[in-house]
Design a protein around this ligand. Structure first.
Ligand SMILES: [Zn+2]
Length: 198
């Protein structure tokens, strides 16, 4: 019998790193996002899944998940290869948010639960993306800023639209739009972590 009656995922592990197939991974993704998750095939040598989240201008962005599953249909044997998730443009996966907001999930026991948490966090984060209140362009996500302890600890929205909203004032108090400079408007994002976060 070769059907889906066996829901034990994955079939085996090696050195604590769990090995799974594309079909098994698909079941996990559909459990995380039943109606939205879809495999978009092999990109750069690994099967990739995507969950569309939000229309941003002419684009749709979503959560991309690189499974570590090779083109031959089985996940990599090497423990160094984690499952990666990030926010990107559909369909090519070009990042919409900086890498630092991406997430790595090791393929050790319980990876399905950790991956679910990661995907949900990214979905919630993406849902905060909105047009800039100053200039109307779509804002970008930014990681918590700087290395100082006084820098923010939460991702936030930032508008880098150039020449569309940056205002200054002349000595006489007249508004000037300065071409070539980013709008620079920022917006905070409320806490998006799950209830299990202290
Ligand atoms: Zn703006």
């Amino acid at each position: 019998m070769n059907n889906n009656t066996n829901i034990t995922i994955p079939a085996h592990s090696r050195g604590g790193v769990e090995i799974f197939t594309a079909a098994e991974f698909d079941m996990v993704m559909r459990e995380i996002a039943p109606t939205d998750a879809r495999c978009i095939g092999v990109q750069k040598g690994e099967y990739v899944w995507v969950i569309p989240v939000l229309g941003v201008g002419a684009d749709t962005i979503g959560v991309f998940v690189r499974s570590s599953i090779r083109a031959d249909g089985a996940s990599a044997e090497a423990g160094a290869d984690s499952i990666r998730a990030w926010l990107g443009h559909i369909p090519d996966g070009e990042p919409y948010a900086p890498k630092v907001l991406g997430r790595w999930t090791t393929r050790r026991k319980g990876w399905q639960i950790r991956l679910r948490r990661v995907v949900k966090e990214l979905v919630l984060l993406a849902r905060h993306i909105r047009p800039c209140p100053t200039c109307g362009m779509w804002m970008k996500l930014r990681a918590p800023g700087g290395s100082g302890s006084s820098a923010g600890t939460r991702p936030y929205l930032y508008c880098d639209a150039v020449g569309s909203g940056m205002l200054d004032f002349t000595d006489d108090g007249v508004e000037l739009v300065i071409p070539g400079l980013p709008c620079g408007t920022t917006l905070p994002i409320p806490e998006v972590s799950g209830p299990n976060t202290a």
